[in-house]
Design a protein around this ligand. Structure first.
Ligand SMILES: Cc1ncc(C[n+]2csc(CCOP(=O)(O)OP(=O)(O)O)c2C)c(N)n1
Ligand SMILES: [Mg+2]
Length: 395
């Protein structure tokens, strides 16, 4: 009974794949052909719900090049996570590992809506964002298997990866939210016209520190977007069980908010672009709830089937999958055929397979690396203790 109720709830905020194609049409603003031919999309009205702010436009301009790039990136994330899944099951990845299958449109849409100079901080479900922020598939997979070519030199693992203007990969639920406010404060202090996306989950949304960060951000009108990634569960607890209100976009009270269909990469891009303009214009913070879903368990140690039904997962896959949604748009607009996209998928798989091979061939980090990247060079104390009291390193 409970799972049947969740099943319905989990799908109310998604837009079915079928609903999108009817409202889209191709424009010919630039008839020179190739990647620059303008394509006009009208997003479904269900794409956005707002709180104390006017919604972004549903009219979107894109082109062939962008559509294929978004498709490629989302597929790359999915393949990468599939490779991680296999490596974990083969016991080549140890420790924690949280995958983001189902949530690809969030990472890809966010990056498409900002520039590399904007900032992102998130929790542990971070592989796709690292990829979007410029980390290579090889560097991410090498990090997962603890090798020297890893993006954190094999010392961080799944939850602790960084890239330019990306501050992790944080394992403590919610802790990244005030840190994100700090990053946004730095932008304001330095007079930089860049926004910060501070991401957290539905499970983190009720923490006190989230509301403390909201308060400081509004007091100082910081250029920050508090992105609540509502994937319907925090570990094995549904959003409805943990939150007295699941309207996470209204949780900012005095901060305006927006709920976005997080399964539609163009809706995410449009909302983030709009939110960036809003937050850097001096109007202060926004709360953005992205409605998404995770196909896998919370982490690799959770089969993800004890607190929800297999039918629920299958139903989301069948009706709201972000990659299928974009694929349909691409085909409907004559940008590429199913066969051409299949060929692209094959190529993406090959790339990830090659990256995995290279990652596994990478050496383990040298033992000297135990003592690096702890302090800013020049600020080290005379000694640092190792794993046991007698293991001491002198700088
Ligand atoms: C302070 C703290 N409390 C508890 C945990 C254990 N924990 C890890 S993830 C998680 C659930 C978080 O769910 P959500 O915020 O919805 O993120 P999601 O995993 O769905 O992406 C919990 C309770 C933790 N890592 N940190
Ligand atoms: Mg969650």
């Amino acid at each position: 009974m409970l799972s049947a109720r969740l099943f319905v709830k989990a799908n109310t905020s998604f837009t079915a794949v079928r609903a999108l194609s009817s409202s889209a049409k191709v424009g010919m603003a630039n008839s020179s052909g190739g990647g620059s031919q303008s394509i006009h999309l009208t997003l479904p009205e269900t794409s956005f719900q707002t709180y104390n702010v006017e919604a972004p436009s549903l009219e979107v301009e894109t082109n062939k090049e962008e559509m294929l790039k978004l498709y490629k990136n989302m597929n790359l994330i999915r393949r990468l996570e599939m490779a991680a899944d296999g490596l974990y099951k083969a016991k080549k990845i140890r420790g924690f590992c949280h995958l983001s299958n189902g949530g690809e449109a969030v990472a890809t849409g966010m990056e498409a809506g900002i520039t590399p100079d904007d900032h992102i901080i998130t929790a542990y479900r971070c592989h796709g964002i690292v990829l979007e922020r410029g980390g290579s598939a090889k560097s991410i997979l090498a990090e997962l298997v603890g090798r020297a070519d890893g993006i954190s030199k094999g010392k961080g693992g799944s939850m602790h990866m960084y890239a330019k203007n990306f501050y992790g990969g944080n394992g403590i639920v919610g802790a990244q939210v005030p840190l994100g406010a700090g990053v946004a404060f730095a932008q304001k202090y330095l007079d930089h016209p860049f926004t910060t996306l501070a991401m957290y989950g539905d499970g983190a949304s009720n923490q006190g520190q989230v509301f403390e960060a909201y308060n400081m951000a509004k007091l100082w009108d910081l250029p920050i977007i508090f992105v609540c990634e509502n994937n319907k569960y925090g570990m094995g607890t549904s959003a409805e069980r943990s939150s007295a209100s699941t309207e996470y976009y209204k949780r900012g009270d005095y901060i305006p908010g927006i709920r976005v269909n997080g399964m539609d990469v163009f809706a995410v891009k449009q909302a983030v672009q709009w939110a960036k303009d809003y937050t850097v214009s001096g109007k202060g913070p926004l709360v953005m709830e992205v409605a998404t879903y995770r196909y896998g368990g919370h982490s690799m140690s959770d089969p993800g089937t004890t607190y929800r039904t297999r039918e629920e997962v299958q139903n989301v896959r069948a009706t709201s999958d972000p990659i299928t949604l974009l694929k349909k748009r691409i085909v409907d607009h004559g940008v590429a055929t199913e066969a051409e996209l299949k060929e692209m998928d094959k190529q993406t798989k090959k790339e990830v397979d090659a990256a995995q091979k290279e990652a596994e061939a990478s050496p383990e980090p040298k033992l000297d690396e135990f003592w690096t990247d702890i302090y800013v060079p020049g600020s080290e104390p005379p000694i640092v203790r190792g794993r046991i009291a007698s293991e001491v390193h002198h700088y």
